[in-house]
Design a protein around this ligand. Structure first.
Ligand code: ASP
Ligand code: MG
Length: 418
């Protein structure tokens, strides 16, 4: 079996869904499992619904209607006849969502989040599955929540591999086009859980692992994995082949093409992962598989913007040692700052962090009781894998370098734009 993942951008409108059909015609759809994300920016739109729900905002109904209208337009573009069952199918899902909003009693934000946000994928797969049937491809629609079992850590649930393996082995039909939802799972009580934002790639990896799949293909609007983001670098080029290890390293440093959790299960079973263009499906794209890194010498650039560089030094000239460092890290964890780089010397300690939730302003006074705190906001962290002199120059030109760290394969540079 082959596992295909289509992300939100690939199914953002009727043309996108028709294109999925075209891709399947070209590459075959027998013995395939399609993992599909919510359409376009639906997950973000549902996050808005959740926010309005908790804030008891007057906008709540309007925000639900917006999601409805968006999907309804896609339905009208795809199916001429409003009597097609798909309309009733999608309506039923929206009714469920509205019922939940009207009757839910749980104050648990993360729980509510998962119950609501999951409709994005339930709706997208319903539409896709009906459309394939409409075009003459028979499909089996699978509710992923009957397969992927997780703990109850809502919004970032962990997979119960044993149960999941059992469910998948039993119930996925071979020789068919199976369609299921990315990103979702369910817990012990069958409440919906999610695997973390952008988690659909991971879903594909989970199925591939449990099915001993032949391969996974992630269909993208880019030709494959590039050595740099073409938005920021001229001369970005396609990487034809990278090893699992390289792909894991790149994802770790912030490359966004493949969700970081996806690769480990695939590597365990040596299942190759292809990243290909849904616009040019016959092009080879990138293959991530077993192999040596020696063929892999060109520098890759990974950019993280909007970082915060914090430097702590001791007030009394004492050394910053294990005890301080573990205390500092506990605070970062507590304030949900994600540490992307660490550098320390005898009396100072610098970290480049991401402050997604804007918590540093509350942490700063706590740190200031013990340390002298210096910080630079809005800095950029560049990571260069397989760096060379020229690659470093490309990054450094016209910028102020605040910090630089070099290891055998990786150079990291924190800069401030001039
Ligand atoms: N729809 C989810 C998200 O946008 C999952 C995914 O796209 O992978 O985060
Ligand atoms: Mg998405």
């Amino acid at each position: 079996m082959r596992v295909f993942k289509f992300g939100g951008a690939s199914v953002k409108d009727a043309a996108g869904i028709k294109n999925v059909y075209d891709v399947l015609q070209k590459v075959g759809y027998e013995d395939v499992l399609l993992v599909v994300s919510a359409m376009g920016k639906t997950t973000n739109a549902l996050e808005e619904v959740i926010k309005n729900y908790f804030e008891k905002s007057e906008e709540l109904n309007a925000s639900v209607q917006e999601v409805k209208k968006y999907h309804n337009q896609i339905l009208l573009d795809l199916f001429e006849d409003e009597k097609n069952e798909v309309f009733a199918g999608v309506n039923k899902l929206f009714s469920e969502l509205e019922y939940f909003l009207a009757h839910n009693k749980s104050p648990n934000y993360n729980f509510v989040y998962d119950q609501i946000v999951s409709y994005g994928e339930l709706i997208s797969t319903t539409i896709l599955s009906h459309f394939m049937n409409f075009m003459g491809i028979k499909t089996q629609w699978l509710d992923v929540r009957n397969f992927i079992k997780t703990n109850s850590n809502y919004r970032d649930a962990e997979v119960d591999w044993e149960l999941t393996q059992k469910n998948i082995a039993k119930n996925v039909k071979k020789k068919m086009l199976n369609i299921t939802q990315g990103f979702l799972g369910s817990d012990e009580n069958n409440f919906t859980t999610t695997l973390g934002r952008e988690g659909s790639d991971y879903t594909a990896g989970i199925f591939a692992y449990c099915l001993n799949a032949e391969s996974v293909t992630i269909w993208k609007d880019v030709p494959g994995v590039m050595n740099a983001d073409p938005r920021y670098f001229e001369n970005a080029s396609l990487l034809n082949h990278i090893s699992y290890r390289e792909a894991i390293e790149m994802a770790f440093y912030g490359a966004t093409v493949i969700h970081p959790k996806t690769l480990q299960p695939l590597q365990k079973k040596e299942i190759p992962l292809y990243v290909k263009s849904f616009i040019n499906p016959m092009l080879a794209g990138t293959c991530v598989s077993k192999g040596s890194d020696s063929e892999w010498q060109i520098p890759s650039f990974i950019v993280k913007r909007n970082q915060l560089l914090i430097s702590l030094s001791s007030i009394d000239f004492s050394f910053i040692m294990e005890e301080n460092i573990s205390e500092i890290f506990a605070l970062f964890h507590q304030f949900k700052l994600k540490v992307n780089l660490i550098q320390n010397s005898a009396i100072s300690f610098s970290v480049c962090v991401e402050d997604k939730f804007g918590n540093f302003k509350d942490l700063n006074p706590i740190l200031a009781k013990k340390f002298k705190v210096d910080f630079d906001e809005n800095v950029t962290l560049y990571t260069i894998r397989h760096f060379n002199e020229k690659a470093a120059q490309t990054v450094e030109q016209n910028k102020t370098v605040l910090l630089k760290q070099v290891s055998r394969e990786t150079m990291q540079i924190v800069t401030k734009e001039n």
